[in-house]
Design a protein around this ligand. Structure first.
Ligand SMILES: Nc1ncnc2c1ncn2[C@@H]1O[C@H](COP(=O)(O)OP(=O)(O)O)[C@@H](O)[C@H]1O
Ligand SMILES: [Mg+2]
Length: 390
């Protein structure tokens, strides 16, 4: 039973409990027939009117206690849920509210909300969308201190015994979903722009490094073509120009996909990468790899672990001012444990940052079914803890 149904039931029970209802008096058993076992008042032919009356009283008491229990249960449900629940009457005023909605609105007591026009609690732009109509709407809740909370409202009009009671709304705070949605959108925008940047970089490198050299080669060849006898120094010049091209191509391809990863495995590729960082940036990198056999590692794990290490080192080099970076990787049972730590300046990971590197580390670990946690504090260095199941 969904919360709407539960709330409707609860409200129907509440209404049936009012003094003008006959259901609880036993005069008209209807749907609320009591569970009593003993003889029914109209059955026992030999019982005295006093005894019948006593039996009737007993049945009413049993019925009342059943009803009180049911009301308690539904009241409990309505009150315990974090979702907001509200009923607006025909005059557009709040006639019932639960503690969840009072809390969401930032008030202390239900009496702060009851009897006020329901439009008071919704921002104007949402008023048009939800004005007393049943349906499911995205909207904004206006809190006491003027904040606007994104919400999802499910409204149903409901009647009890043919009488229209108002509009019942269940209100869900969607702040978390909205934030996640926005984060994902920002992430995909970043991924796309990063992809474009990467293509532009590749185009530039191919043009500047390979294209320029090929143009020079073309020039020398057209010179040679005009000669009746090719001159030796021109052939040597040609050989000299061509000599560097394979190495350049290798360097560019390595940036796209480290060849060592496929030919020599993760450990060698990591060692090769760290050696490069050491020689280019003069930083100290301590690599400790224990009980780790990379022979049977799935290719998607190898490349993702490689990229996580690469990003963590490049962050430490670019942002931390560290003197030592430590990489520890080992196998524990059926998991790879990886720690990349630096002794640099650290940062506050809870603050929103514009980069993509930290998110991509987490995404890569998640892609392998694992996790990557970033632990850092200003002045205390940074530690990236990665766990990946094998
Ligand atoms: N090891 C680190 N030491 C200090 N600051 C760091 C470190 N790693 C990340 N940061 C901080 O977190 C930010 C976001 O990092 P990241 O997501 O990799 O993006 P980018 O490296 O492109 O800035 C960095 O700009 C930096 O301020
Ligand atoms: Mg980075």
């Amino acid at each position: 039973m969904d919360i709407n149904m539960q709330v409707q039931l609860y409200l129907i029970i509440m209404v049936n409990e009012t003094p003008d209802s006959e259901a609880a008096t036993g005069k008209e058993p209807g749907n609320n027939a009591p569970p009593a076992d003993g003889p029914r008042p109209d059955q026992g032919s030999g019982t005295s009117p006093e005894a019948e009356l006593a039996m009737l009283r007993e049945r009413v008491r049993a019925l009342e206690s059943e009803l009180a229990k049911t009301v308690d249960i539904f009241e409990g449900i309505v009150e315990t849920t974090d979702d907001g629940i509200m009923v607006e009457n025909e005059q557009g005023r709040v006639s019932l509210v639960n503690s969840g909605l009072v809390r969401m609105l930032g008030y202390e007591d239900k009496s702060d909300v009851i009897d006020r026009p329901w439009t008071h609690f919704f921002s104007l732009e949402s008023e048009k969308k939800v004005a007393g109509r049943p349906g499911v709407y995205e909207s904004l809740l206006l809190t006491r201190d003027g904040r606007k909370i994104p919400i999802l409202i499910t409204s149903t009009s409901f009647s009890v015994q043919g009488r229209y009671m108002g509009v019942l709304s269940v209100i869900k705070d969607t702040t978390f979903q909205k934030q996640t949605e926005e984060r994902l959108q920002a992430l995909s925008r970043k991924v796309i722009s990063l992809q474009e940047e990467e293509r532009a970089r590749l185009a530039r490198e191919l043009h500047d490094e390979i294209g320029q050299q090929m143009a020079a080669v073309q020039l020398i060849i057209s010179g040679i073509k005009q000669q009746s006898e090719p001159r030796r120094e021109h052939i040597l010049m040609l050989a000299d120009k061509i000599k560097n091209i394979p190495a350049e191509l290798r360097r560019i391809c390595k940036g796209l996909r480290p060849a060592a990863l496929d030919s020599l495995g993760l450990i060698s590729a990591v060692n090769e990468m760290t050696n490069e960082f050491v020689s280019v940036y003069g930083i100290n990198i301590d690599v400790k790899i224990e009980e780790f056999d990379d022979k049977d590692l799935k290719p998607e794990i190898s490349i993702n672990v490689y990229r996580i290490i690469q990003e963590a080192i490049s962050n430490a080099v670019r942002h931390s001012g560290a003197t030592v970076i430590t990489i520890a990787m080992k196998r524990a049972g059926n998991k790879v444990l990886l720690i990349i730590a630096d002794d640099g300046g650290g940062f506050d990971p809870s603050q929103n940052r514009s980069g993509l590197g930290l998110d991509s580390m987490r995404e890569r670990a998640a892609l392998c079914g694992g996790t990557a946690d970033v632990e850092s504090e200003p002045g205390k260095g940074t530690e990236i803890n990665v766990i990946i199941p094998l």
